[in-house]
Design a protein. Structure first.
Length: 353
């Protein structure tokens, strides 16, 4: 384990930039005092915020750049305009150079995944990166992936997702052998696309000691906590995520309307304020903020762009724990049991469309 966890932050990323990133980092530092920060972006804006947080300022280094990736930039545009110059790229590159253990950004998701893949490259045995997130469930929390880094995937890709998700769950939930399920339209072995059934056969045959494959999980099983890790390809994963987010907002609106419908309902709310506060805390999206870009030769975390300081601190926490408990080595040792440490970076250059 490193003595200090060095965290590179894209201080210009997200809807609010440094106004959220810096206070969020300060909250994270109060919870993880062994953290240090590299802050990339407009130094004037960063320092103005840092002056309000002297403890954070003492363990931070500011690296100035005038270039920031826009939320509207397509991945190819972000690579052309921001490669080697933007706050997002420089935060990722700090991981590649060994100056930081993990990078965190609230910026454009597509740009972040593209830049991370281009800069860091994928691990041996991984064809494409994946976005994994913590999902609140009836039993606690689960890891769900892929949530939209790439679309589609064959059996090999799904098995790789299972391995990476299992390693992440073991780190975040302190479970040596987390349960893993494949998202499907039914739990019966005959259901689902061929690639899902083939991935299931491979996972059963591999019988990996690092994870416990339990079979198929239906959509409602995610919220029930049917498995510590739920695996799917990016198209259906992103739909599941957006559906869940929309459902939470809808239920909240319904509940608010019901409370305001009559004076008796208002009195009932006053009597049950403690229960409602507990429910609100349980559904607070800030607590589960922070999607991990898995499958790379370096660690990158994506924060929700519209979150506040508390939410950004949660994303930093995810990055901190990934680095502190050496997630990258765990994934690589499972994928390449005879290879040891992550392989060196490929020198093959990819074209930027």
């Amino acid at each position: 384990m490193p003595q200090k966890v060095r965290i590179a932050l894209d201080a210009m990323g997200g809807d609010f930039g440094a106004a959220v990133v810096i206070p969020g980092a300060a909250i994270a530092l109060s919870r993880h005092p062994d953290a240090e920060f590299l802050l990339f972006g407009d130094s004037a804006k960063i320092v103005a915020e840092l002056d309000r947080h002297p403890r954070l300022k003492a363990v931070s280094r500011v690296i100035h750049t005038d270039v920031a990736v826009s939320n509207d930039d397509k991945p190819s545009q972000a690579l052309r305009r921001g490669r080697k110059t933007s706050s997002m790229w420089l935060a990722i590159e700090a991981v590649k150079k060994g100056e930081a253990d993990v990078a965190v950004s609230a910026g454009n998701t597509g740009a972040l995944v593209a830049m991370a893949r281009f800069c860091l490259r994928t691990l041996d045995g991984i064809d494409r990166p994946a976005l994994a997130a913590i999902w609140p469930t009836a039993r606690g929390e689960s890891v769900v992936l892929d949530l939209g880094a790439t679309i589609g995937g064959d059996a090999h890709h799904l098995v790789a997702l299972a391995v990476m998700g299992g390693a992440l769950a073991s780190v975040l939930f302190n479970k040596p052998r987390p349960t893993v399920g494949l998202l499907n339209i039914g739990v019966e072995e005959i259901k689902g696309h061929e690639e899902i059934r083939e991935a299931a056969e491979q996972l059963r045959a591999m019988n990996l000691p690092q994870l416990d494959y339990i079979g198929f999980v239906e959509g409602d099983g995610i919220g029930k906590g049917a498995a510590d890790v739920v695996v799917t390809e990016g198209f259906s994963g992103n739909i599941a995520l957006k559906t869940a987010e929309g459902t939470v907002r809808q239920v909240t609106d319904f509940l608010r309307g019901a409370i305001q419908a009559s004076w008796l309902a208002r009195i009932g709310y006053l009597l049950a304020r403690g229960a409602f506060a507990a429910l609100r805390a349980r559904l607070d999206p800030r607590k589960s903020n922070g999607s991990v870009v898995l499958g790379l030769k370096g660690m990158v975390v994506k924060s929700h762009g519209g979150t506040d300081a508390e939410g950004f601190a949660s994303a930093v926490r995810v990055g901190y724990e990934m680095a502190r408990y050496d997630l990258l080595t765990k994934i690589n040792q499972t994928l390449n049991p005879d290879g040891g440490a992550p392989a060196s970076e490929s020198v093959v250059q990819e074209a930027v469309s």
